[in-house]
Design a protein around this ligand. Structure first.
Ligand code: F58
Length: 828
């Protein structure tokens, strides 16, 4: 934050931020060399690639800083409401190109570095992406803050600066091995640490009542505390001169605390305490869809949320701000339940510290929070055992009890003493755990799902009693993705084609892609489009060659499934298709030479403790090595599984894809956002009616989408009738053979035991109904093969996918949140 000039400062430069360097090639060169010399302490000729990358990042930063500081100053002088986005994850991806693009410096930087004889490609490769998220949820947060900056909406993204982000995946004998992601090893040029602005965050202890001038009040007497050190990151809008802030917290030992132990003479204990404190922000939990009640996780959640709320109240808002008016200045958006402990924290601040009446505090709190739910899987809904929560945050537990008491009283007033209903709606579950989604729903001014179908199911199936009790509280905001990163940066060729056809402006008004529709019938445009795809495939081929030694054939259709490995996403269904295609060739049912060439690309990390997911990863690799090496296949089918799928790799793979696999069991994928990125890059989707696939299909049209599988009501009906997967294996001979091949050891050197658990799980349990959707999936894939032979028709569909996917910009998502949930305005 900008420090006001000391009283008595008379130099004109001391008043505001110092201006940015001149935005010319010469200006850039000078600043770049200055940074190399003064910041890295090296000359160009003696510099390492890391020095050169750092100096470049610092130079880009230098251009953005003045706008950033000016924006912060203007925001503070205004009385605008800010969006405080609370998210335990931000999956940012590399920053260099994004920041160059946002600041309009891409061409200047390229020319400047060329004049210095520096290879910008080499420097790009130096950047380690901050993988501070698991998957969709974390990437969504990153897209949202990009959009808010681009729309000039005041926003602070709050989160955790994990020292280790999502693990680095390697394969050993086809099995996943996790390595720590030490992304900070060479430093991180984009961050601004502020150790002097650390906050004290307390834990444990007990509560007590005390007499406050005749009023009995409660207060928390914590047992231990840590420091939360803010690290600021700039979030530049796209060429609009706006720069918002992402503030991530890092934990550090509390010096006062240390000292007492030092004085007691226990040096080792003091150091241990320090390590303990620093553990809080040490590592991102890699579970992507199960909520584990781990104490450290709750510590992380409270740590960042408490620091963030305090930061906004004490640092961002003016001193002595009247907190009854907090809703006019802040909306705390809860990205899933991870930050929900912020609800009792704000109550504690208002009631215990600011001595507000409970009802007044509750009115403020309810207006200040809104909650986004990202799942439907019951195992992903967070609950915290009351003993754990009470031990770590005793005062918060008391506050939660009181919130629940008053809420249930209101339920009784409305519905009478309907005990079953009371039990179903209680924030405290019958087995003694705090249901965080319930707490968020009771406290939030709005609750939203992330796609139409998901929001509907959330209302009708997961929280129907709450929907009835709080009419109008539930709403939908369909997810979106930032076109700056996922079209402009990831796919410059497509971007150039679009701009040539419809002019610029579409990058900040993505619905304008509609104007491309007529070009779908323009043969020249389609040819150019095909050349774009081919160029992107070559670029991907070069990346995979250099990165993993993998090769892709030019003339193959690229069929891509990239996302976290989870049974509900059904990578197994994709594998069964591949095994079937392989079986058709080796059994002689089809001639290899008549099979259209296809390369299947997987990217997927499995949660380290998720056994079945890890087995499936092993199976993908095993099928890959057999299929790729079998001469009978004549190279018509190829399976590639580059390890360590991340944002950087996504940016290469998505623009090259022909076919996008979105094949979750209907009713399980909340939205998906990869599905949107593929459609925007001109891949056709083969998908179920699930999550945002439904909206994609509605927009691009049935002719340009390969739909298969049961609908959500059909899934429900089959469950209700009783699902016996083995029956499906009997009915479809192809399915039976594929399962036999896997189960008999054909992909494990004859050792049937390796993959037998997968087959037995499918035959006997199959929670996500892979076998029930197999026949329909294979039929859809046969339609895909047919369609791909008609290049003109395929490309027409691909162009229409691009033209009709403008809705999926995260700018539109932000507009929806702003209009229906946040009621904020841009700061012009
Ligand atoms: C994802 N959730 C949804 N959770 O699965 C996906 O459908 C949706 O598009 C996306 O959110 C954005 O709304 C998701 O990524 C996680 O990674 C959590 C991490 C922390 C533990 C619980 C899951």
């Amino acid at each position: 934050s900008p420090v006001p000039a000391p009283a008595g400062a008379t130099h004109p430069l001391a008043i505001g931020p110092v201006g940015a360097p001149e935005a010319t090639v010469d200006g850039f060169v000078a600043q770049y060399l200055r940074n190399l010399n003064f910041d890295r302490g090296v000359t160009l000729s003696a510099s390492t690639a890391n020095d050169r990358f750092y100096a470049l990042a610092y130079t880009v930063r230098d251009y953005l800083v003045a706008r950033w500081l000016e924006g912060v100053r203007r925001y503070r002088a205004s009385d605008r409401k800010a969006v405080c986005y609370l998210s335990a994850e931000y999956l940012l991806g590399r920053q260099l190109d994004n920041n160059l693009l946002a600041s309009g410096l891409s061409d200047i930087a390229a020319e400047a570095l060329a004049q210095c004889g520096v290879d910008i490609e080499e420097l790009r490769a130096q950047e380690v992406e901050p993988g501070l998220g698991n998957g969709g949820l974390g990437r969504l947060a990153a897209c949202f803050i990009d959009s808010l900056a681009t729309m000039s909406v005041p926003n602070v993204g709050y989160g955790i600066r994990y020292e280790y982000g999502i693990f680095r995946q390697t394969f050993e004998d086809g099995r996943q091995v996790e390595q720590p992601d030490s992304w900070l090893e060479l430093g991180s040029p984009w961050e601004f640490p502020h150790p002097e602005a650390a906050q004290t965050i307390s834990f444990g202890g007990s509560t007590e009542k005390y007499d406050d001038g005749g009023v009995t009040r409660s207060r928390w007497v914590p047992a231990w505390s840590v420091q939360a050190v803010p690290y600021n990151y700039m979030v530049p809008g796209y060429q609009n001169g706006r720069v918002n802030t992402l503030r991530l917290w890092s934990s550090r030992a509390n010096h006062a605390f240390d000292l007492s132990v030092f004085n007691a003479g226990d040096y080792v204990e003091a150091v241990r305490a320090q390590t303990f404190a620093e553990n809080i922000s040490k590592v991102l939990y890699p579970e992507d869809s199960t909520a584990q009640g781990k104490e450290l996780r709750l510590q992380q959640q409270y740590f960042f949320v408490a620091a963030s709320i305090r930061d906004f109240i004490d640092v961002v808002l003016p001193e002595d701000f009247d907190l009854t008016r907090l809703p006019e200045r802040a909306i705390f958006q809860l990205n899933d339940t991870h930050p929900v402990i912020g609800v009792p924290e704000l109550m504690r601040i208002l009631v215990d510290e600011k001595k507000m009446e409970w009802d007044a505090a509750w009115a403020v709190t309810q207006q200040c929070f809104a909650y986004t739910c990202h799942t439907l899987l019951p195992e992903a809904l967070e609950v915290w055992p009351i003993d754990l929560l009470g031990r770590l945050l005793p005062r918060h537990l008391e506050i939660i009890y009181r919130i629940n008491e008053e809420f249930l009283l209101a339920v009784r007033e409305r519905f009478g003493d309907d005990e079953a209903r009371i039990r179903d709606m209680s924030i405290i579950s019958p087995d003694g755990a705090v249901r965080m989604a319930f707490l968020a729903t009771v406290a939030g001014s709005k609750v939203n799902g992330v796609a139409e179908l998901h929001s509907q199911l959330l209302r009708e199936k997961v929280l129907p009693a709450f929907d009835e009790f709080f009419p109008g509280k539930f709403t939908n905001v369909t997810n979106g993705v930032t076109p700056r990163r996922f079209v402009r940066l990831a796919n410059p060729e497509l971007s150039a084609l679009i701009t040539e056809a419809i002019g610029d402006g579409w990058l900040t008004d993505l619905e304008r892609l509609r104007e491309l529709e007529p070009f779908a019938d323009d043969a020249d445009f389609r040819t150019a489009f095909g050349e774009m795809k081919a160029a992107n495939k070559r670029r991907l081929a070069a990346t995979l060659q250099a990165r993993d030694g993998l090769t892709i054939a030019d003339d193959h259709m690229l069929d891509v499934m990239v996302k976290r490995l989870h049974e509900y996403k059904r990578q197994m269904l994709k594998l069964l298709h591949i095994v079937t295609a392989y079986d058709r060739i080796v059994s002689g049912e089809v001639e290899a030479s008549s099979v259209p060439g296809r390369t299947f690309v997987f990217g997927a990390k499995a949660a380290p403790g998720y056994d079945m997911a890890k087995r499936i990863i092993h199976l993908i690799n095993a099928v890959g090595s057999v299929v790729n090496d079998d001469p009978r296949v004549e190279g018509r089918l190829k399976v590639l599984f580059p390890p360590n799928y991340n944002v950087t790799l996504a940016e290469r793979i998505i623009p090259a894809a022909d076919l996008s696999e979105q094949i979750s069991l209907a009713g399980k994928e909340a939205s998906g956002t990869g599905n949107m990125k593929f459609a925007l890059n001109g891949a056709l989707t083969v998908g179920t009616d699930d999550g945002a696939n439904v909206e994609i299909r509605e927009l691009v049209g049935d002719d340009n989408f390969f739909l298969f599988g049961m609908s959500e009501p059909e899934v429900e009906a089959l469950w209700a009738r009783g699902y016996t997967p083995a029956e499906f294996a009997e009915k479809d001979a192809g399915l039976g053979r594929a399962l036999d091949l896997i189960g008999s050891g054909a992909f494990s050197g004859g050792d049937a035991s390796v993959f037998a658990p997968i087959v037995s799980n499918l035959m006997n349990d199959d929670r996500f109904m892979v076998l029930a959707d197999y026949t329909s999936y294979i039929a859809a894939q046969d339609r895909v093969d047919d369609a791909y032979t008609d290049t003109a028709a395929w490309q027409r569909s691909a162009v229409l996918n691009v033209a009709r996917s403008g809705f999926f910009s995260s700018d539109r998502s932000m507009r929806d949140y702003i209009d229906r949930i946040w009621h904020t305005e841009p700061l012009g």
